[in-house]
Design a protein around this ligand. Structure first.
Ligand code: UT7
Length: 326
């Protein structure tokens, strides 16, 4: 049996500056009421020009490594839609800044589903024997993508980063990723798109329908792949596109709303950072606890989607062997 990828640590970073709905209403034709009722968002964190995607990624990764008992990192994957430069990729720079020069490091581009694609890449590196520990980072500065006066997109997005450390382990231990479900539909690629360079355009209503459908279907398949009944899911961790989308997904899956984790009110849609940022916050404040059967799902520009199940591990008291010998 090939080794499993097991979650061993989490970390996150948010730029300090926040922008409220009222701040937006002061500079464009919108209102706090409209934004909150359509999206559930009340404010978002926005990076200054001096804070790059790599800066956010390094900060999140450092926090994950700080809370980790693993002796090292063998590979690094960054999921981002907003790399600091078109070329080169962000990951080698992030690795070097973390003191990991020499490890394999590359970016994954899969929109807001990028983190789940990066998890799959990392799990593959572990299964192939290329790495025993992989740092997976989702980092995005989506707030800078829309045209600054576009009220249909500006309110939705925020900046941030999240990171998880995966280690080689066994499929039957807590934290092991069940088979990861992924898919894409490039025939809808124009529904959320930004030219290179250029500003973001989105067909909001169509994206909404696709997001609900794809995340629900992928979640069902991921639960089946884990051998779970959906009624057994303790925590649904959907990509934080907006709260109406995620509550529709929970309803379709029959997951009670109290089990649907959310942080979109204070961070907006942070793209590839969305899921690991939420995991980190929910782990820190106790919404996610050891033993919770946790289902992650995402959807994004492309249109790619994905889902994966894991039982949340005890990250505070690692068991014997939680690190690895090198
Ligand atoms: O990772 C995936 C990322 N994408 C998403 O999460 C977006 C998914 N889509 C959505 O969540 C929703 O489509 C939105 C929240 C973006 C928009 O909600 P909607 O209920 O689909 O609104 P709409 O686009 O149909 O627009 C309704 C009205 C329009 O006015 P008219 O034509 O009816 O007069 C818009 O111009 O609301 C107007 N509108 C706004 N009004 C105030 C659009 N944006 C705003 C705004 N403030 N910010």
């Amino acid at each position: 049996m090939s080794p499993a990828a097991v979650l061993a640590a989490v970390g996150a970073a948010l730029p300090p500056h926040t922008v409220s709905n009222d701040d937006l209403a002061a500079r464009m034709d919108t209102s706090d009421e409209w934004i909150r009722s359509r999206t559930g968002i009340t404010s978002r964190h926005v990076a200054g020009i001096d804070q790059s995607t790599a800066d956010l990624a390094v900060q999140a990764a450092a926090q994950a490594l700080n809370g980790s008992y693993s002796p090292g990192v063998d590979a690094l994957v960054v999921a981002t839609t907003t790399p600091d430069r078109c070329c080169p990729a962000t990951a080698p720079t992030v690795a070097a800044r973390l003191g990991l020069t020499g490890v394999p490091a590359h970016d994954v581009a899969a929109g807001c589903t990028g983190f789940l694609y990066a998890l799959a890449t990392a799990a593959g590196l572990i299964a192939a024997g290329t790495a025993e520990t992989v740092l997976v980072i989702g980092a995005d500065r989506l707030a800078s993508l829309p045209r600054p006066d576009d009220r249909t997109t500006v309110p939705l997005f925020g900046d941030g980063a999240g990171a998880v450390l995966l280690r080689r382990g066994d499929a039957d231990e807590a934290g092991a990723l069940a088979p990861i479900v992924l898919g894409s539909d490039g025939t809808c690629a124009d529904l959320i798109a930004a030219a290179c360079p250029g500003t973001l355009h989105m067909g909001g209503a169509d994206v909404f329908r696709h997001a609900v459908e794809r995340m629900s279907t992928a979640s069902r398949r991921a639960a089946t792949a884990a051998g779970w009944d959906l009624a057994a899911v303790d925590r649904l961790v959907p990509h934080q596109a907006n709260s109406r989308i995620t509550s529709f997904v929970a309803r379709r899956l029959g997951v009670p709303d109290a089990r649907r984790l959310s942080n979109v009110a204070h961070v907006g849609n942070t793209g590839g950072a969305s899921i690991p940022l939420l995991l980190t916050q929910a782990h820190a404040d106790g919404r996610l606890q050891s033993g919770h059967r946790t289902l992650l799902t995402a959807f994004g520009a492309g249109l790619p989607w994905g889902a994966v199940a894991l039982t949340w591990p005890d990250l505070t008291h690692p068991t014997e062997g939680a690190g690895h010998d090198r």
